[in-house]
Design a protein around this ligand. Structure first.
Ligand code: FAD
Length: 388
């Protein structure tokens, strides 16, 4: 059976639901027939989104935790208090996001939610097609956030950010419940750039995530063993109860993702909104959605021009991934040099693509020049060859 509509949202996770929620809040798609297809009913807390921000956003009411004090700890144990300036580090539980957004969207008669596996999406000129095992859906525009690992391109780095997190309840109250550690490198580095996030969630609760930047994932027992070791040996906590667990794998790649394919718009990780050098996706996704909606409002179509992660940022990311791949400048040392010398507010702005070339050079001067220069030249050469 063929079902026609104006807009198909393929994947109702962070990107798909954010786009639809923000479009409906703006009132720009109230006269459009919209179908959202996702295999999941989004009834579980499948992840949490942490991000830094300094401006109000439409999801601020969903922020569950914020940390006024952020720290960095290097492999040798040096602790640095980060100068965050106007930025706040915040965290949203995905279940709060799904519940809030879906409750709002389900009130609109022009939106239909379909729970089904998506077999494929395609486009021919002005018509987009979404195939499920049951039906074929046709639309004018299709927003796709279903990510498929891309076929490798020579000269491109395919790192993964993979992590296992535990929310634990400790027996004794935390001595400093406002203090969060963005990166703690006091763990073995034999599997790649490896660190822990440590975020207090209550006076007697901590969220701890064992995180790696490398090209392959580890057996599950290894994340668990390293987490136990860190909690016991470094945090010196022996009496605790596990309340919740999180496992995830995020691509960190300079792969040239395509944003538009005829009337298909790729969004979220599938559209290249995951920052290759950090894995952070939440803020970039919201910025891309802002551009799509602005284009709809002013031009009547979603095809915006300037990417938030532009060519300059893509070259920086490719450079960093190449430096990490070559291992001539170990990741833990690189991040220690960066956070010890450059203020965190500047690094956050840099990672958000909001710094000038002069500010970029100021940040880069905290790093060893040669590995970066060599890899930067290689990244530029690869771009030139790929585009010719
Ligand atoms: C555990 C975890 C924690 C993360 N934490 C952070 C963080 O702290 N900060 C940050 O910035 N980023 C984080 N990320 C990265 C990123 O923000 C998230 O992955 C984010 O959800 C990406 O949004 P998305 O819309 O691209 O993908 P998703 O939110 O994953 O949405 C894609 C949707 O498509 C559906 N789907 C997929 N395949 C199919 C199919 N074949 N058929 C039907 N439906 C399908 C899925 O059910 C899902 O709902 C995290 C990622 C993970 C995995």
């Amino acid at each position: 059976m063929h079902i026609k509509c104006d807009i198909l949202i393929c994947g109702g996770g962070l990107a798909g639901l954010s786009l639809l929620y923000r479009a409906m809040k703006l009132g720009i798609w109230v006269d459009q027939e919209i179908i959202v297809v996702d295999r999941s009913d989004k009834a579980v807390n499948d992840k949490t989104w942490s991000f830094w921000n300094k401006e109000d956003s439409c999801f601020d009411q969903l922020i569950r935790h914020q940390w006024p004090e952020l720290y960095f700890v290097s492999h040798d144990g040096t602790k640095v208090a980060l100068k965050t300036g106007d930025y706040t580090y915040s965290r949203i539980n995905s279940i709060d996001f799904y519940e809030h957004v879906l409750a709002y969207l389900r009130e609109f008669p022009n939106i239909t939610f379909i729970q089904s596996e998506i077999s494929s999406v395609s486009s021919s000129g002005q018509q987009c097609t979404l195939q499920t095992p049951e039906h074929t859906y046709l639309s004018t525009y299709l927003f796709n956030s279903v990510y498929h690992q891309p076929a490798p391109v020579p000269g491109v780095q395919y790192f993964l950010q993979h992590f296992k997190g535990l929310r634990i309840k400790v027996k004794n109250s935390l001595s400093r419940p406002s203090e969060a550690i963005l990166m703690d490198f006091r763990t073995g580095q034999q599997n790649g750039t490896t660190f822990l996030y440590v975020f207090p969630m209550a006076s007697d609760e901590l969220f701890i995530e064992y995180t790696l930047f490398s090209k392959s994932v580890l057996p599950m027992e290894e994340y668990e063993r390293e987490l136990r070791k860190y909690i016991h040996d470094v945090l010196r906590i022996s009496d605790y109860e596990i309340l919740e667990e999180e496992y995830g794998v995020i691509p960190m790649t300079d792969h040239p993702f395509q944003r538009f394919e005829d009337n298909i718009v790729h969004i979220g990780t599938a559209g290249g909104d995951t920052r290759a050098s950090t894995g952070y996706t939440f803020t970039n996704t919201q910025k891309t959605i802002g551009k799509i909606l602005q284009s709809f409002q002013s031009e009547g179509h979603p095809f915006f021009k300037n990417e938030n992660i532009g060519l300059k940022q893509q070259l920086y990311d490719a450079t960093l991934l190449n430096v990490l791949a070559e291992r001539r400048y170990e990741g833990h040392q690189l991040f220690a040099d960066l956070f010890k010398q450059a203020p965190a507010y500047r690094i956050f702005a840099f990672l958000d693509g909001e710094t000038s070339l002069l500010q970029d050079l100021f940040i880069m001067k905290s790093l060893r020049v040669w590995p970066f220069l060599k890899c930067f030249v290689a990244a530029v050469a690869h771009r030139v060859t790929a585009s010719s």
